[in-house]
Write a protein of this length. Sequence first.
Length: 106
Amino acid sequence: MTGWAYLGVAIVLEILATTCLKLSDGLARWAWAVASIGLYALCFLALAPALKSIPVGVAYAIWSGVGIIAISIIGVLWFDQRLSTVQIGYMALLIIGAIGLRASST
């Protein structure tokens, strides 16, 4: 797998882990808490090989930016959270930045 594929896997695992963390209700629901911890561990295991070929700053910016966007969408769709127009605008900037970082890291 390429570094970018590993980064993609790490992003998906981070999104799942953070969703489980929300479902754990502040770690009160142990099954979700344990799932979250396990998924975060797998996430970092996927992120490590990505950093062999992608600069750490680029990888981390894309990993965190895409994760923020995805978790925000999940929050709106499944957890009845709201986003303001300003928040959506700044998230659009994150998307533009992630695309720019990927495009400039060939």
